[in-house]
Design a protein around this ligand. Structure first.
Ligand SMILES: Cc1cc2nc3c(=O)[nH]c(=O)nc-3n(C[C@H](O)[C@H](O)[C@H](O)COP(=O)(O)O)c2cc1C
Length: 248
């Protein structure tokens, strides 16, 4: 089976779609796969030329204004034309993620992709709508850092005292379990999708979200957005490195 993973976020670095496509790859051992960006018009031709060789295409896309990003719409129009003149026999699955907490907000975007499949003569495999996508992506950076710090403390204490304190083992277990819990809905849906994909079957659309209650999600997201806007939308990156704008 040949599988094409398309990251259709316009962001060239980072981004939730890239995070989810990386996570989904963990569910696909043994499958021949190729991951390609669909960031902008310059990628269209390269992606279209891959279509005739593919059995499955997985599109990772952000939700923009309750729909698809404009470059994805433009790509689909070109792809419809391309598939009329070339043998495109793949099944399309999609994972759409959004900033707000409700995954069901992705339903119209998934319907648009399903309608495009019907029009272009492509098999629709089904999709996953993920709420709180940006938060899961940020947590996907924060938790490995936390876990790395704890592992470092464990190594240091092992070399200095010859033993690893029980408290460090506890906090390591807590961080890992918390991250798994926050992502549990996404991991469950991805497991179902990978199983459907391997059996070449369709899947009814699944909707999930970051596993944080909405009353907590809203203030956390508000604080993050305020800090992010104060740092010109590059909050996390300014913590890690000075960007071009600041160097000027
Ligand atoms: C122009 C624009 C429109 C957006 N519209 C919505 C929206 O309608 N609903 C929503 O929940 N999130 C919306 N978002 C947030 C994105 O869906 C969210 O940040 C997503 O995780 C981005 O994915 P990416 O990092 O892969 O690009 C919008 C973001 C942008 C930049």
């Amino acid at each position: 089976m040949n599988l094409l993973i398309l990251n259709a976020s316009p962001k060239t670095k980072g981004g939730a779609s890239r995070f989810f496509s990386g996570l989904f790859r963990l569910f696909l051992p043994g499958i021949r796969k190729k991951a390609v960006s669909l960031n902008s018009r310059k990628d269209f031709q390269k992606v279209l030329e891959l279509f005739p060789d593919m059995d499955v295409v997985c599109l990772f896309v952000p939700l923009y204004v309750d729909g698809l990003p404009s470059h994805v719409v433009e790509f689909l129009i070109q792809a419809e034309e391309y598939c009329q003149h070339h043998p495109c026999r793949f099944r399309l699955y999609a994972l759409s993620n959004n900033g707000f907490v409700e995954g069901k907000q992705n339903r119209p975007a998934l319907h648009m992709l399903q309608a495009w499949c019907a029009r272009a003569g492509i098999l629709w495999g089904g999709g996953i709508g993920i709420g709180g996508g940006s938060m899961l992506q940020v947590l996907g950076t924060v938790y490995p850092v936390l876990i790395g710090i704890i592992l470092l403390q464990m190594v240091l204490s092992f070399f200095s005292t010859g033993a690893v304190p029980r408290e460090l083992l506890h906090s390591l277990a807590i961080q890992i379990i918390t991250w798994l819990f926050l992502n549990s809905g996404v991991l469950f849906c991805m497991a179902r999708l990978s199983s459907a994909l391997r059996r070449k079957q369709g899947l009814t659309d699944q909707f999930t979200r970051v596993m944080i209650p909405s009353f907590l999600f809203i203030p956390i997201a508000d604080i993050f957005m305020i800090l992010s806007s104060l740092f010109h939308g590059r909050f996390l990156f300014t913590l890690l490195k000075r960007d071009k704008w600041h160097n000027e």
